[in-house]
Write a protein of this length. Sequence first.
Length: 153
Amino acid sequence: MTIKLVALVLMWLMIGTAVAQEPKVTPLMSKDLAESPGREALMITVEHAPGGSSAIHRHNAHAFVYVLEGSVVMQLKGGQEVTLTPGQTFYEGPDDVHLVDRNASSTAPAKFVVFCSNASTALCCPLIGAQIGFVGAAWHARARRRPMTKGST
């Protein structure tokens, strides 16, 4: 199931990124939230190759980003582009549309960790075309309910 999860996450990140290299997404952990049935917390890392980016998307959760390496450019619908460096953070609400998520460098990789809190079964939704103006989902990704370590399948 973990292989299917990683494949689905990579698919939603690849939609709309024909030119740029897709990011490497590594699920780290997920945990059911006992006080909120049907909800969970999820932690992943995202690695952008030089010049890499993600497709336009939104999360069905509160997403907290912490930059580990390199520089990333982020922008939500209605907001300004911001460039983040190691140690800086970024927040996305459950209904925010994430327009820009890209490596600021064309020569160095970038890596950040994302913690999603109160996620529903449809954690990430890539948006294309007319969907950018409203909530629509082409693919849904969900982590297994067990901790995952590097190399687990």
